[in-house]
Each structure stands twice: as C-alpha cells, then as structure tokens.
Design a protein. Sequence first.
Length: 286
Amino acid sequence: MKWLYEFFPAAGYSKESKAELSYGYVVDKILFSDKSEYQEIDIIETPVYGRALFLDHLMMTTEKDEFIYHELLSHIPAIRLEKPERALIIGGGDGGIARELCKYPTMKEIIVAEIDEMVITASRKYLPTIAKSFDDPRVKIQIGDGAAFVANQPDKSFDIILVDSTEPIGPGITLYQEKFYRTCCDKLKDNGQFAAQGLAPLIHTESQQLMYQTLKKIFNWVRPYMGVIPTYPTSLWLFFHASKNVQDIDNISISRLPKDTRYLTPDMVSASYCIPKFVENNLNIK
Ligand code: SAM
C-alpha cells in the first residue's frame, strides 16, 4: 500500500523549521505528478477524500471537503455586497473560489491571478468539479505573481479581493506582507470586501498575530472568522475579513447567500465570526 505524507513544522514556516507533524493519505492512484518552476504538483486518488491536490506535498484541496473552505472564503465577504461585479482571486489555481463567485448573477468579471499555470491545467483535467468555472466566460486567468498583478490595477476597481494562497512559503510569502495588503486595500471600491485564508490558530499563532495586526493597520474594519477544514493541519482554520468601512455583521442580508451551499447556512454565516477565547487571546482581541 502506497502512502503520501505531508510534513509540517509545528511553529511558523521559517527556513529552520523542522517537521514535527505529519498526516498520511493512502494513494489509490497517482493521477498527476510533475514539478513546475514553483512547486511539485501532485493530484492523487485517495480512498477517504477522493481526488486531492498537493503542492510541495502540502494538502491544498480535496473533492470531499473542498466546499467548506471555498464557501467560507468566498461567501462570507461576497454577501456583504448587493451587486458585486468585479472580483480578484489571488492564487486560487484549483478554481474552487472562482466557482463559488460565479454563483452571483451580478458578477461580470472574476480574475484569477495564479502564479503557476500548471496548477490550473492539472486541476482542470483531474479536478473538474472544483475547476469547472474556468470555462465560465466571466472568469479571466492571469498567470503571474498575484502581488505584482494587483499592484498594476487601477485604484478602487474591485468589489471583492480574495487571497486563496498557499502558506507563507515559497511564492506565497509575498501574499502575507504589508505592502501587498495595502495595495489590495487601494484597489478595492469604497465598500469593497477583502478576505484571506488566515492559517491555523493552534500552530500558526505568530503568523496569525502578524497578519491580523498588519491588516488592522491598513483596513478600518477587520474581523477573523473560522471554520473546520478536516484536511488542513489541526483542522481549525481562520480567515480574515476586512473592509474600508465598518461592516454590520449582526445584520447580514442572508438572501444574497447562494441557495446551493453545502456548508454555509444563515446561522453558520453568523456563527463563523464567533471565535474561541484562546484565539481572541492570541490576537489580543478582547
Ligand atoms: N486552498 C489552499 C490553501 O488554503 O492552502 C490554496 C489553494 S490554491 C491551490 C493556492 C495557490 O496559490 C497555488 O495554486 C499557488 O500556485 C498559488 N500561489 C502561491 N503564491 C502565489 C503568488 N505569489 N501569486 C499568485 N498565486 C500564488
């Protein structure tokens, strides 16, 4: 029996960090395995989670649980807007976030700024249920560094900017820096909505504190929200929602939530902003 193991440093992602945590997946079949100029890309068939995408042996998404992460990162910010028209996804090469944003009838353009074309090509071929919206005429693919792409956009040109990146390693590092967040803020319309995947409270404490403090320096309103992603390290996963204007999250226009969600219900939308005390303490929120 063949296994694929992912290894994690238990604290942060410094070069010195050494593996102290591992998760293993039985490999029923290797569907794709290649190395781009950025990372190793594997898509395997697993008995428990179906098809799964790994980048540099780190789990990115699986057919079985991908909807949780993709609904959380897209709809929590998107439903703040009555008529979202232009969205930018930074990273997102598996297509899951684009698929969720295509559910908004007012959406006219969804740009996916993904550094690694091989991720898109492999996802389209082997993860069709996740990558299917790359065929939607509203979805535009921009291959290249997402930080460089967003810097070249006009100010106040997006309703939504979502950062669906890898962890702060390799090409993903630029997507956790103050300059990048400040640029994203400048490119959002006045009531534009920003969200980013915010790592694991149990093992990425310092990275999360830095991310939260940095976002608060830039956006007038920042709120962490949370979900459980079974295939991410320690499962408990944070996201950060930010905007130039204060968002009244006690009055959510829940009718805007797409009807075909599988994770989010009206109550789950509100509940996602409820975070445990240890996370509040980590982020010095109260
Ligand atoms: N949902 C996954 C997670 O939470 O780890 C991430 C999904 S997606 C596969 C992450 C994507 O970010 C990858 O395809 C990777 O190539 C891309 N990426 C990493 N750094 C990037 C950068 N600087 N600009 C654009 N895309 C980047």
